[in-house]
Each structure stands twice: as C-alpha cells, then as structure tokens.
Ligand binder design. Structure first.
Ligand SMILES: Nc1nc2c(ncn2[C@@H]2O[C@H](COP(=O)(O)OP(=O)(O)O)[C@@H](O)[C@H]2O)c(=O)[nH]1
Ligand SMILES: [Mg+2]
Length: 216
C-alpha cells in the first residue's frame, strides 16, 4: 500500500467534510506545551505531568460549521525539546505550528528564534511558502512578565509571524482563540489551493538555498 501523502482526509458524504490537520506545538522544555494541549483537548490543568517520551499527540474535534468537522491533531514535542531541534519525521505533514514560550523566563523567548528557524528550514507548503505560525506567550497568569508586549510584537513583525496571544493553560486564557486563528489560516490556504495535497519537507538542497530564515 502506498503511504498516504495528503495532510487531510476529505470525506465528502452528502456535502459533509471531515478534515484532519496536524498542528505542532513547539518551544523550550517547561514552557507549558503539554499543559496547553491538555487544557485545549481535555479541558483540564494539573501542575504536574509525567514526562512523555516519544511523539505525543492529542486530538481535538471542532464542529467548524454545519458541514465541516475538523480533527486537530496536536503534536506536543514530548521531551525532544531537550535536544534543541526536531527531526524531519516530527514535522512531516504538519500544516501549522504554535510556538510557545514562558512569559516569566526570557531565555525561553530568546529560544523562539531557534525553533522558528528549525521549523522554517525543514517544512514548507507545496508552493514554498511558510506554514501558518502563531506565537504563544504562555503563563500570562504570572504577574510581572519578563518580556514586554512591545518586544513580542516587534519580534513577530520582524519574523513574519501573523499573530501572538498571551495564554494561560492554568486559567484557560486565549487557547481557543489562538487555535482558531491557526485553523482559519490553514483553511484560507487550502481554499487558495496551497495545501491541496500535502505539505512537503524541504529537501537538503532547498535548506542550503534558504539559509538565514530568521532575523537575528
Ligand atoms: N502559572 C502557570 N504555570 C503553567 C502554565 N502552563 C504550564 N505551567 C506549569 O509549567 C510547568 C511546565 O509545564 P509543561 O506543560 O510540562 O511544559 P512543557 O515541558 O513545555 O510541556 C508545569 O509545572 C506546569 O504546571 C500556565 O499557564 N501558568
Ligand atoms: Mg511536555
């Protein structure tokens, strides 16, 4: 059997569509990726999680409109963030990404550049453009953030990130709206014909041609 190349499953049954989107949740260890995914998919928050080894993903089903159901497959890096980069296999077929940092720790914000570079170097849409990305300034429930909103907005502008949200997995702040933003952008690209078949991983040759993907 040939491996499936498409990023989504389209079931046309009496005009109904069911789509499957793979979203990545990326960022340094401890920024709250697992907490955000759990909050979004299970509606729960606990302050202690067992460390998951290997690829960990959770599904959230959205009744987008009366004719469209969207299954979001959220891939939480699950421990690999310690290596500081992801393998191509992890990125494969992803159509959007949430980059997460901890608003109380500046080092995690500085790391976003590295995550963004790694992502953009390895993954593009079929037409060569970048997949939709949202930046999540997590733990916004903590008073006295270490990074100002001006710094975050400047970074997004300089690095072509469409939107950022101050989120809290603890208090369930802005997670739905951030995910919705990504879904809307993926759908926009789909209907413009961008993600009609699949998202392809850049091959090694393409990577060499695209050095300096992020503003440093
Ligand atoms: N105050 C606060 N703590 C959070 C929030 N999200 C996660 N945490 C805590 O941060 C720690 C790391 O979270 P975790 O989800 O395991 O981070 P990961 O390594 O990025 O998956 C845990 O102790 C969480 O309880 C949040 O929104 N607010
Ligand atoms: Mg985790």
């Amino acid at each position: 059997m040939k491996p499936r190349r498409d990023s989504d499953v389209l079931l046309s049954k009496f005009g109904h569509k069911e789509l499957l989107f793979k979203f990545l949740v990326i960022g340094d260890y401890g920024v709250g990726k697992t907490a955000l995914v759990r909050r979004y998919t299970e509606g729960r928050y606990t302050s202690n999680y067992k460390i998951t080894i290997g690829a960990d993903f959770a599904i959230k089903t959205l009744d987008w409109d009366p004719l469209t159901k969207i299954n979001l497959q959220l891939w939480d890096v699950a421990g690999h963030e310690r290596f500081g980069y992801m393998t191509r296999v992890y990125y494969k077929y992803a159509v959007a990404a949430a980059l997460v940092f901890d608003i109380s720790r500046i080092a995690t914000f500085q790391s976003i550049r590295k995550w963004l570079c790694d992502l953009r170097e390895k993954l593009t849409l079929p037409d060569g453009s970048n997949i939709p990305v949202v930046l999540l300034a997590n733990k916004c429930d903590i008073p006295c953030p270490a990074i100002s909103t001006e710094q975050i907005a400047k970074f997004c502008k300089e690095n072509n990130i469409g939107a950022w949200f101050a989120t809290s997995a603890k208090e369930n702040t802005n997670i739905d709206v951030a995910m919705r933003y990504l879904v809307e952008n993926v759908l926009k690209i789909k209907f413009d014909g961008g993600i009609c078949e699949s998202v392809r991983l850049r091959d090694k040759l393409t990577i060499r041609e695209h050095t300096g993907c992020c503003k440093l």
